[in-house]
Design a protein. Structure first.
Length: 110
């Protein structure tokens, strides 16, 4: 699969409607760009204190689970979560299945 493409017009693209344009990145790649997920996730992304970070990670982890339940791989992949929660996400069987399906379905767009 191709690397995350920073050259796309992220201000005007909606990846929920065009998932074929999404490329799986590493770590935080795209979390500040990919809409509508940027607008949905970032208001909850807080880490000023340990308590705030725990609350934030719980909220974003629930968003991850909700995206999975909706069959929205891109949303699940964009729910960049603090390390402890990310470990749970990357081991989630539904996420791994959806990731493999996404990569297979859209490999022709590479």
């Amino acid at each position: 699969m191709r690397a995350f493409d920073y050259d796309l017009d992220y201000k005007n693209l909606g990846f929920r409607m065009q998932p074929e344009l999404y490329r799986v990145g590493r770590g935080e790649q795209g979390v500040l760009l990919v809409e509508p997920y940027k607008s949905e996730i970032l208001p909850h992304w807080r880490f000023a204190t340990p308590h705030i970070a725990i609350e934030s990670s719980e909220t974003i982890y629930q968003m991850f689970l909700d995206y999975l339940a909706d069959g929205d791989f891109v949303g699940a992949d964009m729910a960049h979560i603090f390390k402890q929660k990310w470990d749970l996400c990357r081991e989630n069987k539904a996420y791994l299945t959806m990731k493999a399906e996404h990569c297979e379905r859209y490999k022709e767009f590479e």
